[in-house]
Design a protein around this ligand. Structure first.
Ligand code: G6Q
Length: 554
């Protein structure tokens, strides 16, 4: 069995751990005046301060040695050159080709994918411009005012997050809606807001077999046809984003209205492909090009920068350091930017679907823990909710704070307050508040000795909680593209270190199969008028109770 923990690079880190746990972050800053200068990096669009972490020069050298020993540079080279880096599905993972700005060919199975990539981007731009300019007309001759994207998982989270993040650049007369959940309420409540004459539906599904998406798309089509529209009008109101032309045609969408992508694009990495069409419709082809450029520049940074100065590599190494050596199990994403309110959810899928694995690439069991739980909400809201646990809970939770120096909506002193809150939190998480300071403060306020004794421990903050701060000039298409690519590569480097495959998702596939079995059993029980007995007693009991609540069984 492979044991990462027995490798010299891993052992070197284990031996170093005690020394790092024995010193606090505050001590580290006191000992080294140049700490902030030392532990910072720049990459396209972004500056990273990682000085508030449990590291010193020695830690970084040992972590970088681990990345080297686990073949991160070679694995990056394999990723970018279209090798089969997803062996369980026999596929390359070439999301970088979707945003590549150079002139070199990028080959999969010997053929250059770039002409196809650029042809689809051109078709997307022509189509988007027509819709945005009001030249694409609905069946009664009116311009499109609403776009409903129907997709789930990778065909929803990325476009939704980016459309929200780039609101300041959105077309003023085009409203974007996203329907993902098979819960009929999602579709029904969206349809209440739109008019069939002026709505464009985008059915986004890589496989075009996903039950949620097909169910929602069927409902949307029926709703559309219940208006005065004829079957022949569907072509003006429905387009598909998929790799599966056959299934698109079988569903009844003209393949002339299909924007294609390829099986070497993973669902959660597909935002840069045709799946980005809603984003392009919202922000326009020029801004979408800036979005691709930001990601492409981050790709070049990841590919060409030495490990110790490589931003995704350093962020990944810090996650490995905390997950595997400090025993942390979760990682907070705290964007201090309201437009990034869906970014934690997007990263949750990117990280947890990619690195939620228990076996190595060769199928043997891993011997160390892999991807952490990723979660978060924008600041400052989080401060009034879960931050309590970060400050005074028993768990250590490393966090990434994400901030722009300038607001997209300058307004009074809002942005200065937002910045102050963000910086105050990272400082407080690091410094804490010692009991001596609490006591002195209370004494100065004239609080009685008894009261001080009763309250001082409650008011004490241990501090020593690590954070990264990611800073950009302004959140725009370029910096957002770069930020997403940064995290994509971070996740890839973590997987490279743990020697797991970040590009498959058998757990997601399992969910798809299980639901259809229960669906069939429920329907069969209703028809036969008999309770279900083929599952465990809990599942049988729940199915039968639900059927009875729905009045199907007496
Ligand atoms: C992403 C996953 C998953 C997928 C959805 C939708 O990496 O594979 O989230 O995107 O299940 O799949 P389709 O796009 O095929 O409908």
């Amino acid at each position: 069995m492979k044991t990462l923990a027995n490798t010299p690079a891993w052992k070197a880190l284990s031996e170093h751990l005690d020394a790092m746990q024995a010193t606090s972050l505050v001590d580290q800053f006191e000992r080294d005046e140049r700490r902030y200068e030392k532990f910072q990096l720049t990459a396209p669009g972004w500056f990273l301060d990682y000085s508030k972490n449990h590291i010193n020069d020695e830690s970084m050298q040992r972590l970088v040695a681990l990345a080297q020993a686990q073949g991160v540079p070679e694995k990056f080279a394999a990723l970018f050159s279209g090798d089969i880096v997803n062996p369980t599905e026999g596929r390359a993972a070439l999301h970088s080709a979707l945003r590549y700005q150079g002139n070199e060919p990028i080959r999969v199975d010997g053929s250059d994918v770039m002409p196809g990539v650029r042809a689809v981007l051109d078709r997307m731009a022509t189509f988007s411009t027509k819709v945005r300019d009001g030249a694409w007309l609905g069946f009664t001759g009116k311009r499109i005012t609403d776009v409903v994207n129907i997709g789930i998982g990778g065909s929803d989270l990325g476009p939704l997050m980016a459309t929200e993040a780039l609101q300041p650049f959105a077309h003023a007369a085009l409203k974007l809606h996203f329907v993902s959940n098979v819960d009929g309420s999602h579709m029904v409540s969206t349809l209440k807001k739109v008019n069939p004459e002026t709505t464009l539906f985008i059915v986004a599904s890589k496989t075009f077999t996903t039950i949620e998406t097909l169910t929602n798309a069927n409902t949307a089509r029926s709703w559309f046809l219940e208006s005065d529209a004829a079957e022949s009008d569907v072509a003006k109101h429905f387009v598909a984003l998929s790799t599966n032309a056959e299934k698109v045609a079988a569903f009844g969408i003209d393949t002339n209205n299909m924007f294609e992508f390829w099986d070497w694009v993973g669902g959660r990495y597909s935002l840069w492909s045709a799946i980005g069409l809603p984003v392009m419709l919202s922000i326009g082809p020029d801004n979408f090009q800036r979005f691709l450029q930001g990601a492409a520049d981050m790709d070049e940074h990841a590919k060409n920068t030495p490990l110790a100065e490589n931003m995704p590599v350093v962020l990944a190494l810090l996650t490995v350091w905390y997950s595997n050596f400090f025993g942390t199990t979760s990682h907070l994403i705290a964007p201090y930017d309201q437009y990034l309110h869906r970014f934690p959810a997007y990263l949750q899928q990117l990280t947890m679907e990619s690195n939620g694995k228990s076996v190595h690439v060769d199928g043997s069991r891993v011997s160390v823990s892999t991807g952490p739980v990723v979660w978060g909400e924008p600041g400052t809201n989080g401060q009034h909710a879960y931050f309590q646990l970060l400050h005074q809970g028993t768990r250590l939770i490393p966090a990434d704070f994400i901030l722009a120096a300038e607001s997209c909506n300058p307004c009074g002193n809002h942005h200065e307050l937002l910045i102050a809150n963000c910086l105050a939190q990272t400082e407080a998480l690091m410094k804490g508040k010692p009991t001596s300071e609490v006591v002195a403060e209370m004494q100065a306020a004239g609080v009685s000795t008894e009261q001080i004794d009763a309250l001082k421990t409650h008011r004490t903050f241990d501090g020593n909680r690590p954070t990264n701060t990611l800073l950009t000039q302004r959140l725009d298409a370029y910096s957002l593209g770069a930020l997403i690519a940064l995290y994509e590569h971070k996740v890839f480097v973590e997987a490279a270190i743990w020697d797991i495959n970040p590009f498959d998702q058998w757990g997601v596939e399992l969910g798809k199969q299980l639901a259809s079995a229960i669906y069939d059993d429920m329907q069969a029980a209703v028809q036969a008028g008999k309770p279900v007995s083929s599952h465990d007693s809990s599942t049988n009991g729940l199915i039968n109770r639900i059927n009875s609540l729905r009045n199907h069984l007496a």
